[in-house]
Design a protein around this ligand. Structure first.
Ligand SMILES: Nc1ncnc2c1ncn2[C@@H]1O[C@H](COP(=O)(O)OP(=O)(O)OP(=O)(O)O)[C@@H](O)[C@H]1O
Ligand SMILES: [Mg+2]
Length: 324
């Protein structure tokens, strides 16, 4: 296969591992700097260009689009989709999952376990908002936050109220969430590929922090997940329409609750904690899809050939033609 990986930083562990895995399986892969692609949006021959040349002939795109360039990155990915190139995760699915609120709304409609979550524009009914999610302590999250920055624990009703008012005073969009104390400063990351969880790790926060992010000093280890956790992860991926994603959940007293679905999961922590060749499994997924496509086209071709043969058999002799 000829694969393009849309990414900014070629040196990142995840990107290096994907390159390595694809090359070792005999594929031709290159990294394309997402922000350097420009495009020609025309109805008959849409094009993506890079360094003065047209990007053509790719069988698949692996999108690794960072949160800070979501807008442009998804436009580039969508351009490849318009050109008929297969993308590991579609631009539509990535857009859906990037919006944390929308993601929770989609999962909630399907009955996936979630921490009770509130969202409001006005601060007029903050008391009710806090009560609605079960009262203090509550977790307050900046919608645009990542790596644990912008996630705070408010221990009392009073502090929750003043934090919410302060964030809203700065016009920040925040979620107010039930605090899952029993998770004990840990969360679970399940890596889903297709309809399988291929690796799972437990991240444990350090003693002073309720957040388990590895960037905040948390530690990761491999774990066995329960069948319920497994099906929650797979169903969440399916609902978001993502072929590859990281599903983050907390172990609550009422079963697994999903916090987020990440469309560009980092591989380093997970591969090192579990020893699973996640990069290899992602490339294998692309291969199996490519094989399916090839089988489909060849069976379509066979059907077309058969019907052509039949119509030849049926072609009446000239003398049989009805006169007009
Ligand atoms: N409702 C909650 N109850 C208990 N702990 C929570 C809750 N929400 C978040 N946490 C803890 O805080 C950490 C960070 O929260 P979250 O994953 O929502 O934000 P983030 O990591 O900043 O965002 P992203 O995952 O998009 O990078 C979680 O990994 C988890 O350990
Ligand atoms: Mg997180």
């Amino acid at each position: 296969m000829k694969i393009a990986m849309l990414a900014r930083n070629a040196k990142l562990y995840s990107h290096q591992r994907l390159l390595e895995a694809a090359r070792s399986r005999g594929h031709d892969i290159e990294i394309i700097d997402t922000l350097k692609v420009y495009m020609n949006i025309t109805s008959h021959r849409p094009q993506a260009r890079y360094g003065g040349k047209s990007l053509t002939g790719f069988d698949a795109i692996i999108p690794r689009i960072g949160a800070s360039i979501t807008f442009y990155g998804l436009a580039v990915l969508n351009q490849f989709e318009m050109m008929g190139v297969y993308t590991l995760n579609s631009s539509e699915a990535i857009a859906k999952s990037r919006d944390k609120l929308r993601c929770l709304q989609i999962l909630s409609r399907a009955g996936i376990g979630l921490p009770v979550t509130g969202f409001a524009h006005s601060t007029q009914f903050t008391d009710d908002l806090i009560d609605m999610v079960g009262g203090a302590p509550v977790v307050i999250k900046l919608l645009e936050g990542t790596q644990g920055i912008g996630v705070v624990l408010a221990e009392t009703h009073r502090s929750a109220k003043s934090m919410i008012e302060a964030f809203r005073g700065l016009n920040a969009n925040i979620l107010v969430q039930e605090y899952i104390k029993e998770a004990g400063s840990s969360d679970i990351r399940c890596l889903v590929i297709g309809d399988k969880v291929v690796a799972a790790m437990l991240r444990q926060g350090n003693e002073e922090d309720f957040r388990s992010n590895l960037h905040r000093g948390g530690h990761a280890k491999s774990i066995r997940i329960t069948p319920e956790e497994r099906s929650t992860a797979v169903r969440s991926a399916k609902l978001m329409g993502l072929n590859v994603c990281g599903v983050d959940m907390l172990r609550s007293n009422h079963g697994p609750v999903v916090m987020e679905v990440n469309s560009s999961p980092g591989l380093e922590g997970l591969e090192k904690a579990t020893n699973v060749d996640v990069a290899g499994k992602i490339i294998q997924f692309l291969e199996s899809r490519e094989n399916r496509e090839n089988r489909k086209t060849s069976s379509k071709k066979k059907v077309a050939e058969k019907s052509a043969e039949k119509s030849l058999e049926k072609t009446p002799e000239k003398g049989d033609e009805k006169s007009e």
